[in-house]
Structures are given as C-alpha cells and as structure tokens.
Design a protein around this ligand. Structure first.
Ligand code: HEM
Ligand code: MTE
Ligand code: MO
Length: 346
C-alpha cells in the first residue's frame, strides 16, 4: 500500500497527535510513580484506593503503547543523539509494567533470586533519571490549546479504557484461579500465616542478621534495663499482620510487652525512637504506644534470629519496614516522627 502523501496539513495533525501521546504518557508515568511510592508507604485504609489507582495508571501506560509506537517509529527514522538512552527508557518501562502484572498475578521469583516486585520497583526507579533526561532532550510543553474539551474527552477515554483493562486483569486472575485474586489491599500475597518458619526473612536494604548472645542481651527502655525473660514476662498478646513492601504478608500471634506498659510519662517528648542493635531506627508518633508491642515470641515460640530474636517491634497497621528487628533501645525522642526519611535509608 502506498503511503499517504505527507501534506503540511497531515504533518501538522501527526505532530499534534504525537505531542498528545507524549504528554499523556508523561502524565500516567508520573501518576504510576507517585501512587506506587504511596502504596509502599500506606498500610491502612488508604491502601486500597492507592493500589487500585496505581494499577489503573500502570494499565494506562499499556493503553498508550500503540500510539507511542507510532511516535517511536517516526523518531527512529531520523538519526538523533541519545537514541540508546531513549530505547533503554522504553525497555525499563516495559520491564516495570510486565513485572508489575507478574507480581500482581502471583509470581514471586522471576530470575536468579530476584523477585517480580524487586524488578518492578528497580526498573521503575532506574527509568526515572532517563525519563527526566528524555523530557529535557525532547521537550513537549503543554500549551493553551491542550486544555480543550476534546482533549478532556480523550483523557477521560484513556482513564476509562485503563480502568476497564485493570478490571479485566482482576477478572482474569479470579477466573484462572491465579493467586492474584486473593491479594491484600496493599497488593501483597499471603505467605506463612500462623507458621513463622514459612514466613520469609527479609531486610529493608542493606541490614544483615546479627549474631546476638541472648543471655547477655539487654533492652534499654528509657532508663530501665530489661533482659529477655523480664520482657517476656509481660505476656501481652496481639494478632497482627506483617506486610512487607516486597509483596507478601503473614498474620501471626505475637507475644511480648506493649510500649505503653514499658514507657512512663512522655513529658515534652514528641516521638518514640525504636533502634536495633544494627543501628536501624524508626520514630513513631507518641499515640502509637498503646498499639506497639516489643515481641519476644511468635506463634508461641521464641523468635528465630532472622525474625528478630531476642526482640522485635510489632507495629499493627504499618508496613513491614516499621517492624524493627533486634531491638536494642526504646526511648522518648525530642524529634517529631515525621522528621525522618519516609523510607529507611538502610
Ligand atoms: C514506571 C512506573 C510504574 C508502572 C508503569 C507501574 C505499573 C504497575 C502495574 C501495571 C501493576 C500491576 C497492577 C495490576 O495488574 O493490578 C503494578 C503493581 C504494583 N506496583 Fe507498580 N508501576 C510503576 C512504578 C511503581 C513504583 C515506583 C512502586 C513502588 C515504589 C510500585 C509498586 C507497585 C505495587 C506495590 C504493586 C502491586 C499492586 C497490586 O498488586 O495491585 N510501582 N505496577
Ligand atoms: N533491624 C532491622 N529491622 C527490620 C528490617 C531491617 O532491615 N533491619 N527490615 C524490615 C522489613 S522491610 C520487614 S518486611 C520486616 C521483615 O521481618 P521478617 O524478616 O521477620 O519477615 O522486618 C523489618 N525490620
Ligand atoms: Mo519489607
């Protein structure tokens, strides 16, 4: 078939369509990055809407793919600097998308011990600097004419198509019996509930399981010093769900001491600092002390070294990275809890 002649009018239309596609892609990728990050931060009532919005933003990237392919094909006909970087960006976005869906469907390990969730987030984060460069090198600034009624309808159409696409994947998980159908509001899959030995041992980024001599270990709480037996003697119990951002969760019965029973009067302190033997530290709002537990046992047996022996924090309703293992000290702190990095730096 002969290609239609490229009249100035047709070139103009193609150009406008390409600009729209690029701007829409930038918007949905930004939305995916924002909601994905929020999905990692929330463990409570916001998890569901945030995770659904994230899924829809992700599917919207796939919906735009055929239009972007037209732009890409046209771009590749011209020799331009930075082509390799642009293609690497495309590959990373495709990898993030594929790994996100694989994780949602229930795939845990993809290759060489790398989980689908690790690949998903890793590819997305690597794409960020490339995307920033891409936007600077190939600018497409929104203009006044972009805020038209027609473009609002197009944006609505994209959101609708993405929502339908997302519902279709959920339906496919349910129909095929994929474990994706049973995932939690955060998107995590059930792994080892009631059976701590089957629960993964995971560290946030760079921590390693320390070698702790339990008989000589002590916990500092304010100016008190407790050994493991004194802590266990409190006998407080809670059933709570550890939900790792790695994409799995487990509900267990934890035993230990509630922080409000260990700590005295906060005075003018603004937070509670919980610190591990390895230096891993999180600050909690004061009001959390009636819910937080330092556990010495899970499912009726002492914690294993990997799961935080001799004592680990249990933080109901908070994502796994708050559940400090190998706790060495708990103290009131002058800093407000929100004056810390949203995610641990280590
Ligand atoms: C280029 C950016 C990203 C794209 C295109 C993307 C896309 C997707 C897609 C398509 C899914 C599967 C949704 C489903 O089928 O239900 C997904 C799942 C998920 N993503 Fe992303 N994502 C991106 C970045 C991120 C980032 C930066 C994070 C976290 C820091 C993240 C966290 C998650 C989580 C927790 C899930 C599981 C949610 C569920 O099971 O529904 N994503 N993502
Ligand atoms: N000291 C310390 N505590 C930590 C971490 C860590 O890296 N160091 N990782 C956290 C994360 S991300 C999770 S999901 C849980 C995992 O607990 P588990 O290994 O008992 O499953 O521990 C949390 N506590
Ligand atoms: Mo985690």
């Amino acid at each position: 078939m002969a290609r239609a002649a490229l009249t100035p009018r047709r070139t103009g239309r193609l150009h406008a369509a390409g600009r729209r596609t690029n701007l829409a892609l930038l918007a949905v990728l930004s939305a995916a990055l924002l909601t994905g990050t929020l999905a990692f931060a929330t463990g409570g009532a916001w998890a569901r809407p945030v995770v659904v919005a994230h899924g829809i933003a992700g599917v919207a990237v796939a919906v735009l793919a055929p239009w972007k392919a037209v732009v890409v094909r046209r771009g590749l006909r011209r020799a331009r600097a930075g082509r390799a970087a642009s293609l690497a960006l495309a590959a990373l976005v495709v990898a993030a998308l594929a790994a996100g869906v694989a994780h949602a469907a229930g795939v845990r390990f993809l290759v060489a011990g790398v989980t689908a969730m690790q690949l998903h987030v890793g590819a997305a984060l690597l794409a960020v600097p490339l995307a920033a460069w891409h936007v600077v090198a190939r600018p497409a600034r929104p203009g006044r004419t972009d805020w038209s009624r027609r473009n609002a309808l197009r944006a609505g159409g994209l959101a609708g198509a993405a929502a339908v696409g997302w519902l279709a994947t959920e339906g496919a998980f349910a129909a095929s019996g994929a474990s994706g159908a049973g995932r939690r509001a955060t998107g995590s899959h059930e792994t080892g509930s009631g059976d701590p030995a089957a629960m993964p041992v995971t560290q946030w980024l760079f921590d390693t399981v320390p070698d702790i001599d339990v008989p000589s270990w002590r916990l500092r709480v304010g100016d008190r010093i407790l050994d493991a037996a004194a802590l266990a003697a409190y006998g407080d119990r809670v059933r709570a769900t550890l939900d790792c951002t790695g994409g799995w969760y487990a509900t267990q019965d934890w035993t230990g001491a509630r922080l409000d029973r260990l700590l005295g009067d906060p005075g003018d302190a603004r937070s509670i600092a919980v610190r591990s033997v390895t230096g891993y530290t999180r600050l909690f709002p004061l009001r959390d002390r009636t819910r937080l537990l330092v556990a010495t046992a899970v499912a009726g047996a002492p914690l294993s070294p990997g799961h935080g022996s001799p004592a680990r924090l249990v933080a109901p309703g908070r994502r796994g990275f708050w559940w400090v293992k190998w706790v060495e000290s708990i103290s009131f702190d002058a800093r407000p809890w929100w004056l810390q990095p949203p995610f641990p730096p280590r």
